[in-house]
Design a protein around this ligand. Structure first.
Ligand SMILES: [Zn+2]
Length: 242
């Protein structure tokens, strides 16, 4: 019985290794996704600053076009000014021209202001882009590292399958069946009980009779509390050859 128990314990060791590897295999993609999200957010922040700059530049160009068009219009009005017969018509047009020119002056001041804002914004974009490049480099490196680790873990999982098959072959088929059924619900499925009768799987006490029986038989039973396969640690240790 003790050999059967040892074979089962050996199999469980492989299963615990596989479980640990799988935990990493599931954690790495989550970490990678989180870093990629941070990268996308940082990129979006720089893009938003760049869009703001483009808007300022566009506003400035539009305003400059408006001024040019307005100047053409005023030039035509000025040409018509000499053709005005009555004083009233003359002064009305002259006033329109005056108002238009004042408007142009205001727009020209806005162009200057937009130019200043654009210059500041261009500096901000440059700075933020430089910061982003540093951050992006760091994030990309971390993502690459995690991807490497994930690949390693996946290779290890693939490699360990063979070891699992080998270890399972050594286990008594009836025990294997019971073990596999429990393992799907809770791992470890095989746990030790320690004197005077505590299951190390669930920390609950087991009946003294059951414990004594496990020690005497060096066998297996089921923990009444957690339904795991349980053996007496001292029975296994006492019989371990030096
Ligand atoms: Zn238990």
């Amino acid at each position: 019985m003790r050999d059967k128990l040892l074979a089962l314990a050996a199999l469980q060791k492989v299963d615990l290794d596989i479980a640990a590897l799988q935990k990493n295999a599931e954690a790495y993609p989550r970490e990678i996704a989180e870093l990629e999200k941070q990268l996308a957010q940082a990129r979006a922040a720089v893009d938003a600053e760049r869009t703001r700059l483009e808007e300022l530049d566009k506003q400035k160009v539009n305003l400059e076009h408006t001024i040019t068009d307005d100047k053409d219009k005023v030039r035509k009005w000025e040409a018509r000014l000499t053709e005005q017969r009555s004083t009233r018509e003359y002064s009305a047009l002259a006033r329109e021209i005056d108002i238009a020119k004042k408007g142009q002056q205001t727009m020209a001041e806005e162009v200057v202001e937009l130019g200043k804002q654009a210059t500041l914004q261009r500096e901000a974009v440059k700075q933020k882009d430089a910061d982003f490049q540093v951050k992006a480099k760091d994030l990309v490196e971390k993502v690459d590292q995690l991807k490497g680790k994930l690949k390693d873990v996946q290779a290890q999982i693939a490699g360990i399958d063979g070891a699992r098959t080998e270890a399972a072959k050594q286990v008594d088929s009836g025990l294997l069946k019971r073990y596999d059924t429990i393992r799907k619900k809770r791992l470890p499925a095989l746990v030790a009980a320690v004197a005077p009768g505590t299951c190390t799987g669930c920390r609950m006490n087991i009946r003294p009779q059951l414990y004594n029986q496990l020690v005497a038989s060096r066998g297996l039973d089921v923990c009444p509390s957690c339904s795991r396969m349980v053996y007496a640690a001292e029975a296994l240790e006492a019989a371990t050859p030096k």
